[in-house]
Ligand binder design. Structure first.
Ligand code: F6P
Length: 320
């Protein structure tokens, strides 16, 4: 293997730049050449390549977003697009590819590996919803952003004896909501992995907290459960508590990555290049019991990941 490509795909996540940097520096130190591919798979199909040297990735480890930009690409979902991408790789001497992104990006990496360009996926998403890995790049930074924001909401909810309903991201997963709900002392945490009964899971808990002397409340809602405004309305209609909603939105995707995201991204980037240098493709890098491992993409995509049930139990016990 002589030259590798690196791209970021799907939603961006803080720490993607640290992963790009690790891929580039590891590859160069092993005598490989690196092409940065702009705008994800779309940029691959448009041949948007830049040659990466040691200094091309200077000053990016601390930056959020992705210096290679990212995009969602419909053409790449079709087999014709995948074959075209493979031909472009061959024409440009790209012998292997590192794809930093989520599940959707790995499906593309699998297809491209199958037609002859070995690809390695690195899990980059704030949602932590990649089944094969206990950790995804961006997760820690996003959660720390949520905690910082909700601490501010708490001050004003407290002053006004209000209820603050906070909607956080996570797509169909509740990992961000559960962990930040615990960290922010939420009275109620709603995650999509559990059935939601408004009386049992929301109103009864708020009433009980009121009986225990609480006069302000944080309700943490994962976006996969529903809209914050609908939850807020249920609370207003049934308790009379002055309730406001906040949808944190894309602020959760930005900002300087935390130490954890920088270190994990670096470990994963290094591991991805090690695989490619051994001519191994069609794998996803993952974390298992704190160690960096890898799985065949097909196997990775068929795996399932649940919510941390013990954490839910703890949250239920102490969130009053
Ligand atoms: O996957 C990351 C994520 O931020 C999800 O939490 C959210 O549901 C989605 O992406 C938002 O996507 P978009 O950036 O297209 O609005």
């Amino acid at each position: 293997i002589g030259t590798i490509g690196v791209l970021t795909s799907g939603g961006d996540a803080p720490g993607m730049n640290a992963a790009i940097r690790a891929v580039v520096r590891t590859a160069l130190s092993k005598g490989l050449k690196v092409k940065g591919i702009m705008h994800g798979y779309a940029g691959l199909l448009n041949e948007e390549f830049i040659d990466m040297g040691m200094r091309s990735v200077s000053e990016i480890i601390q930056r959020g977003g992705t210096v290679l930009y990212t995009a969602r690409c419909l053409e790449f979902k079709e087999m014709a697009g995948v074959i075209k991408a493979h031909e472009i790789c061959e024409k440009n001497g790209i012998d292997g590819l590192v794809v930093i992104g989520g599940d959707g990006s790995f499906r593309g990496a699998q297809d491209l590996s199958n037609v002859g360009t070995p690809c390695i996926g690195i899990p980059g998403t704030i949602d932590n919803d990649i089944a094969c890995s206990e950790y995804t790049i961006g997760y820690d930074t996003a959660m720390n952003t949520v905690v910082e924001m909700v601490d501010k909401l708490r001050d004003t909810a407290n002053s006004h004896s209000r209820c603050s309903v906070v909607e956080v991201m996570g797509r169909r997963a509740g990992h961000i909501a559960l962990n930040t709900g615990i960290a922010c002392g939420a009275a109620v945490i709603l995650v999509p992995e559990q059935d939601f009964d408004p009386e049992r899971d929301l109103l009864a808990r708020i009433r009980y907290a009121q009986e225990c002397g609480k006069h302000h409340f944080i309700v943490m809602v994962a976006e996969g459960v529903g809209k914050a405004e609908e939850i807020a309305q249920i609370i207003r209609d049934n308790t009379g508590i002055d309730t406001r909603k906040t949808v944190l939105g894309h602020v959760q995707r930005g900002g300087s990555p935390t130490l954890r995201d920088r270190v994990v991204a670096t470990q994963m980037g290094y591991h991805a290049v090690e695989l490619l240098t051994q001519n191994i493709g069609n794998r996803v890098v993952a974390m298992k019991n704190g160690e960096i491992v890898d799985y065949e993409i097909n196997e990775a995509l068929s795996m399932k990941k649940g919510i941390e049930t013990k954490l839910l139990e703890i949250a239920h016990c102490i969130s009053i």
